[in-house]
Design a protein. Structure first.
Ligand code: ATP
Ligand code: MN
Length: 479
């Protein structure tokens, strides 16, 4: 008989149909009720056995985490919690699970801390929480491609190994095949990269943007969606050493077009999860509400997870300049009461305490801050007419902080060359980037969305380590 996925049966149950399913046992209660899950959905199917009809030894092997196949008739369920259940006729054990061993794992059906689940990241997919998170993560991946494809963008695979770290986006990981015990040196004692695999120093990419720009200046609108690496030793709940980033780049777009694109993209992603993952979302919503209750009243989010997604999908983002943000902050209560730890002054970068105040207290919705001082933004951002600020934009989300960073790019060769000099960037290393400004250069813009930060927002998970299958963070590369 052909196996059916549990989701197919639960979504379209036909009473009386004989069905054949395979999955992992979540629980076996009263020697009668098996809860079976095959990962296709949050929901288990209930399989009911008449123990008199089965070999006792066989039933003993139906334990939590074991893999079994079940065949039987689909009947209407008398119990609550499910409309239909399988009246089991045949059971086959596919893979045993020793109950004593299961006891020590996250599969033991009880509440486990997220820290403990991280230590067992190889098994945490078996839990409801992580099943839901990773189904939604998949949904978002698909939605990213769908959004851009439907808008006529081309996906561009930017390189993972690159010679450019000119962006200054973060500390890089070096890539080499030197024997680390015998690194070739030049006469003056420096590492001789001409002897290395690529004949030059290379690193793992911190961003695919520069390459995306090259694509956009021919294909019109492109996006990258790939892994990104930053050796930042920060160990926060929002930073990974390896994360995934989506970077669209569009020729002829100015900063306003860029903001419009970002906003419609983020709204689309929220709607996609709302429409396609109601079961997973409901589960995570209940989970989130329990977490909220455990917090002190002032830190609680007044909105549920679903409400937060709907809110972003249905409300315009606030758009303010950096200069306005500084003025707002200087008029704010926490500023006057000296509650901010960091300086609020034109010319200094906004810290997360300031961003949180603006998003969570002042506006209570996503905020786009534009036109930052040139000094703390990247060299490629377009110089504004005031000569002090650049056409940059950061999108801040409630509970997350910065989720998107983007800008209009400097398309004027002379200005760009001057910026390289100001930032101590060797023009020769970036010759290919500068070259595009010589042949029909045009205004263009793009941004980077940190994919995991979006998954955090969509799932209500508050630690970035819990939205990527195997997190890479300082001192941690297990699995
Ligand atoms: P942050 O200030 O939060 O460190 P950033 O300014 O370094 O961010 P960008 O260089 O603009 O970030 O990168 C674009 C996006 O990538 C950010 O808006 C964020 O969503 C995401 N991002 C940046 N660094 C990380 C990281 N270490 N782990 C996960 N996501 C990240
Ligand atoms: Mn950073």
């Amino acid at each position: 008989m052909k196996r059916k996925r549990i989701i197919e049966i639960l979504d379209h149950p036909t009473t009386g149909e004989t069905v054949f399913v395979k999955g992992w046992v979540r629980a076996f209660r009263s020697n009668r009720f098996i809860q079976l899950n095959d990962g296709s959905t949050m929901n288990n199917i209930q399989a009911v056995v008449d123990f008199e009809n089965f070999d006792e030894k066989l039933l003993k092997r139906v334990t939590t985490a074991s893999a079994i196949a079940v065949q039987g008739k689909l009947v209407e369920s008398e119990g609550k919690g499910q409309s239909h259940e399988i009246a089991v006729e045949k059971i086959e054990i596919i893979g045993d699970a020793n109950p004593d061993d299961v006891q020590k794992t996250v599969m033991q059906p009880k509440k486990h801390s997220l820290e403990f689940l991280r230590e067992q990241a190889h098994l945490r997919f078996r839990t409801n929480t992580f099943g839901a998170v990773f189904r939604i993560r998949h949904g978002l991946t698909f939605a990213v491609h769908k959004f851009f494809h439907d808008k006529g963008f081309y996906s561009l695979h930017s390189p993972i190994i690159t010679g450019s770290d000119a962006e200054g986006a973060g500390e890089t990981f070096h890539v080499t095949n030197f024997d680390l015990n015998e690194i070739p040196k030049t006469e003056n004692g420096e590492i001789d990269y001409s002897e290395d695999f690529f004949g030059k120093a290379v690193n793992l990419t911190v961003s695919g943007q520069l390459e995306a720009e090259l694509g956009a200046l021919a294909l019109g609108q492109v996006y990258t969606f790939g892994p990104t690496f930053r050796a930042e030793n920060s160990n926060t709940s929002r930073h990974l050493a390896e994360f995934w980033m989506i970077e669209p780049e569009v020729a002829f777009n100015d900063l306003n077009d860029n903001m419009d694109l970002t906003e419609s993209f983020l709204k689309y992603l929220c709607n996609f999860v709302l429409e396609n993952y109601p079961d997973d979302l409901n589960f995570l919503d209940a989970r989130d509400q329990q977490e909220q209750k455990a917090k002190p009243e002032k830190d609680r989010n007044p909105m549920t997870l679903t409400e937060r997604l709907k809110f972003v999908a249905n409300n315009n983002f606030e758009r303010i300049t950096y200069t306005e943000a500084i003025e707002l902050l200087q008029r704010s209560k926490p500023y006057k009461k000296k509650k901010f730890k960091y300086l609020v002054e034109w010319g200094t970068d906004l810290q997360s305490e300031h961003e949180r105040y603006l998003v969570e207290k002042e506006f209570q919705k996503p905020v786009i801050i534009t036109d930052y001082p040139a000094s703390f933004k990247a060299f490629y951002m377009r110089q504004n007419d005031d000569d002090k600020t650049v056409a940059a934009m950061d999108v801040l989300f409630p509970g997350i902080g910065e989720i998107v960073g983007g800008s209009q790019r400097e398309e004027r060769l002379d200005v760009l060359k001057k910026k390289c000099a100001d930032f101590n960037i060797d023009e020769e290393e970036l010759w290919w980037y500068l070259d595009t400004r010589k042949f029909g250069t045009v205004p263009h813009s793009g941004f980077g969305l940190g994919f995991e930060r979006m998954v955090m927002f969509a799932t209500g998970m508050t630690n970035i380590r819990d939205v990527i299958p195997f997190p890479r963070t300082p001192l941690n590369a297990e699995f």
